[in-house]
Design a protein around this ligand. Sequence first.
Ligand SMILES: NC(=O)c1ccc[n+]([C@@H]2O[C@H](COP(=O)([O-])OP(=O)(O)OC[C@H]3O[C@@H](n4cnc5c(N)ncnc54)[C@H](OP(=O)(O)O)[C@@H]3O)[C@@H](O)[C@H]2O)c1
Length: 283
Amino acid sequence: MIVITGATGTIGSEIVRQLIERGVKVRAVTRDPDRARFPGGVEVVRGDYADTASMAAAMTGAEAAFLVGLLGPDYVELDRALVAAARDAGVRRVVKLSAIGTGDAALGRVGTWHLPGEQAVRDSGVAWTILRPSSFASNTFSWIDPVRAGGPVPNLTGSGAQGVIDPRDVAAVAVAALLSPDHDGRVYTLTGPRALTAHEQAAALSEALGRPIEVIDVPLETAREHMLAAGMSAEFADGAMAGQAYVREGGNARVTGDVEAVLGRPPRGYAEWARDHAAAFTG
Ligand SMILES: NC(=O)c1ccc[n+]([C@@H]2O[C@H](COP(=O)([O-])OP(=O)(O)OC[C@H]3O[C@@H](n4cnc5c(N)ncnc54)[C@H](OP(=O)(O)O)[C@@H]3O)[C@@H](O)[C@H]2O)c1
């Protein structure tokens, strides 16, 4: 039995799908089992990181767990508690979803947000693997509305490139690490095959859709104001903008061979992701 937290999310939902395809027993954790949709055969349980008893119950009887912490300065204790819940329930292997740049001083505070959770995993006494993916290809789902409306898509990262990764590849690496001891004690930095700017991603999406997509560069101060207006804390907005500035300056223009080393094949590129998800942009 493998427990998947964040099971309704981008990476967790794909892990659930891939594990079920392999005939593995899966327990999916969500705060709202009535709303969540999973493939047949998945055991669905209610779990909230803030509710210790629910997470203890969710972890009981599992051999391995996929841990999706919540990103931000307010969630450090919940991240630690999530690891403790797995350890205390006797889970033997955990795979933690972290992020590229974690621990890099140049990234500022956002680069520290996953550190306590990573440290808790290392200190847990449980076999562990840490995944530090680059920017998800699926982040461009945020472009759906402007693309459908024929308007320009917003770009916060200037001409900074990133090793954009397909979430299906992050999930495939997680599945490998959940099912085999070969990845115990490893930290994988997961990227796509090449570093792409947002303009290059828009060009690839444009090619997949067969129509032009314009890009509009958004000043970070404007983006920060939008985040504050949406109710996010100044600390979170500042951290997030420091992350965007890091990308603009070329700090995240990294490509690694970790996906290929684990999966034995190259990672999928953004153009493939765009072709496979084109329908979402056309409505
Ligand atoms: N986006 C990127 O480019 C990127 C790149 C690198 C790393 N990351 C990392 O990826 C992680 C997010 O993963 P994701 O994108 O797969 O997730 P996601 O799509 O943002 O979904 C969040 C998940 O967390 C669950 N969740 C939220 N609050 C919860 C709570 N209090 N208790 C239990 N579950 C809760 C949600 O489940 P329910 O709503 O069903 O309860 C949902 O499944 C972050 O840690 C981020 O740092 C993201």
